[in-house]
Design a protein around this ligand. Structure first.
Ligand SMILES: CC(C)(COP(=O)(O)OP(=O)(O)OC[C@H]1O[C@@H](n2cnc3c(N)ncnc32)[C@H](O)[C@@H]1OP(=O)(O)O)[C@@H](O)C(=O)NCCC(=O)NCCS
Length: 175
């Protein structure tokens, strides 16, 4: 755990694209913080290998503060689908999730015009995150029912709504 002073030092936060060996720290963060569906460590390592160009980590003093795992869906190569975004509780409500996703969009060599994610109805932070990103990207945000609750095993999975933000031109936003 980082000392309080280090946790609050904004300047020490760095962003970079993910590497395969980040998978373990992502798995550990998701397991510790809850709120996200925990997948296997293998899955995080695989995602950070095959989709490394569309995954980003935020670190402070070598510790994982947050991450974004995303990929370009087959057939929608101009879209980035955010599969998981997570911020360590110490770093929340400081705009980090939004800044990570904007940084990821800005780093893409191949342009992205759509940002997608699924969010459950009760995840207020995530819904506000993606609505806020639509405003920053000066783009529409369509929200539609996507994955039904009954498609998941058991009774405890909420439905997932698809947030589809776009079209946008990241270069004109930063100009
Ligand atoms: C969702 C999550 C990534 C947001 O990270 P964050 O860095 O705190 O988000 P930001 O500071 O960029 O805030 C984004 C918006 O959410 C709002 N928000 C953040 N936490 C909130 C909370 N607990 N309740 C209500 N709103 C919240 C912020 O006020 C901001 O809204 P605004 O732009 O209208 O002011 C973080 O809460 C988290 O890791 N949650 C658990 C994992 C999860 O649910 N991930 C998303 C599903 S993949």
């Amino acid at each position: 755990m980082l000392p309080e002073a280090a946790r609050q030092s904004e300047s020490a936060l760095t962003f970079r694209l993910a590497r395969p060996d980040d998978g373990q720290a992502m798995w550990a963060l998701v397991r510790a913080m809850g709120g996200l569906e925990l997948n296997t460590a293998y899955f995080y390592i695989l995602y950070c290998t095959d989709y490394a160009d569309t995954c980003l980590v935020a670190e402070q003093d070598g510790e994982l503060a947050g991450f974004v795992l995303a990929h370009r869906p087959p057939g929608r190569q101009d879209a980035l689908f955010v599969w998981q975004v997570g911020v360590s509780p110490d770093f929340r409500k400081q705009g980090l999730a939004g800044r990570m996703i904007m940084a990821l969009l800005e780093q893409q060599a191949q342009p992205v015009r759509w940002l997608e994610a699924t969010v459950t109805p009760n995840n207020t932070a995530s819904r506000r995150l993606f609505s806020g990103l639509a405003r920053r990207l000066n783009a529409n945000c369509d929200i539609a029912e996507y994955f039904k609750a009954e498609w998941f095993p058991g009774d405890d999975h909420a439905p997932e709504d698809l947030f589809r933000i776009g079209p946008f031109d990241i270069e004109s936003i930063n100009a």
